[in-house]
Ligand binder design. Structure first.
Ligand code: SF4
Length: 305
């Protein structure tokens, strides 16, 4: 594949503004797709098949939006009541921006939207059970971070939240709102957090002290402390993953890998593991673009729940 000039600044915050040329781009969501199931990666990243939003995803996006806005308020005002007051206005904003969200609830389903908003408020109660936002001042929220690894692969994604302690220690926080059993998704969630840790380490020279998964439904916190050696190994894993994606693309060979996660896959009807047939590999419009991930907005926080 020919190299292409996409200029990255080797990080968003502190790194020198050294232009580099990258030839491929990868977000944690897409990398995790390939790891989970190569065919799922193909459907999402190469065929770019549309996926209808689900109520669960919409609830995740809404709760992430409320928690993001909550920290706009002065610290003493970040109460459960204030968070509850943000739910309906944030839903209205999301529906204005993405009108297809309104289609999740039938016109004759009078209880639909109010019940949905109550379920989002219940997740926020889970948040307040484990954290007091009046005692926090996040350094960044919904921040796009990126780095180039292996001299040519751009890795990037959106953090839900980054906390920086007075001594400079970093804590990466990811809100999990899904109703699915968390053991089905925990490895994927941790992979995503290590991805962010790698970007932060490569751009700021600091290994995050804590990677925190905050499960709102269960009101539980799962903390993980990475170290530099682990991130070196993880970087090798990400680069190897990208090489495997390149190889699969060249061979047009993306195999299904059935798992519990199939229950949440939108593409069962096209999947051979479920009796379906994938569409023809999209070669007519030209080879799949390895930089497509760099040109589109990576999945926003909450979009992958
Ligand atoms: S149904 Fe399962 S095996 Fe098939 S594409 Fe989706 S995740 Fe992969």
């Amino acid at each position: 594949m020919a190299a292409e000039s996409v200029i990255d600044t080797q990080g968003d915050q502190t790194a020198a503004q050294t232009p580099v040329t990258v030839r491929a781009s990868l977000s944690p969501s897409r990398a995790a797709d390939f790891k989970t199931c190569p065919l799922l990666y193909r459907f999402r990243s190469i065929d770019r098949l549309p996926e209808r939003p689900t109520v669960e995803q919409a609830r995740g996006t809404l709760v992430h939006a409320v928690l993001e806005r909550l920290f706009d308020l002065p610290a003493p005002a970040r109460t459960p009541e204030s968070a509850g007051d943000l739910v309906a206005p944030q839903w209205d904003r999301l529906v204005t921006e993405e009108p297809e969200l309104a289609a999740l609830f039938a016109d004759d389903d009078a209880a639909g939207v109010p019940g949905f908003l109550r379920s989002a408020a219940a997740l926020l109660e889970g948040y307040f059970a484990v954290e007091d936002p009046r005692r926090l001042e996040p350094a960044e929220r919904e921040a796009l971070i990126s780095a180039v690894v292996d001299d040519e692969l751009l890795i990037r994604g959106y953090l839900d939240r980054l906390d920086v302690a007075p001594d400079g220690a970093l804590r990466v926080v990811d809100y999990k709102t899904g109703g699915a059993p968390r053991e089905a998704f925990e490895a994927r969630a941790l992979f995503q957090l290590k991805f962010y840790a790698l970007v932060l380490w490569r751009t700021r020279g600091v290994v995050p002290r804590v990677l925190r998964l905050l499960y709102l439904k269960d009101a539980e916190i799962c903390d993980y402390a990475p170290d530099a050696e682990e991130l070196v190994r993880f970087e090798r894993t990400v680069v190897a993953l990208w090489r495997a994606i390149e190889q699969a693309t060249a061979r047009q060979d993306f195999r299904p890998r059935p798992s519990r996660l199939c229950d949440w896959c939108s593409h069962q009807s096209r999947c051979p593991s479920f009796g379906g047939t994938p569409p023809p590999f999209p070669v007519a419009a030209g080879a799949p673009d390895p930089l497509v991930d760099a040109r589109t907005r990576p999945a926003a926080p909450g979009a992958d729940e």
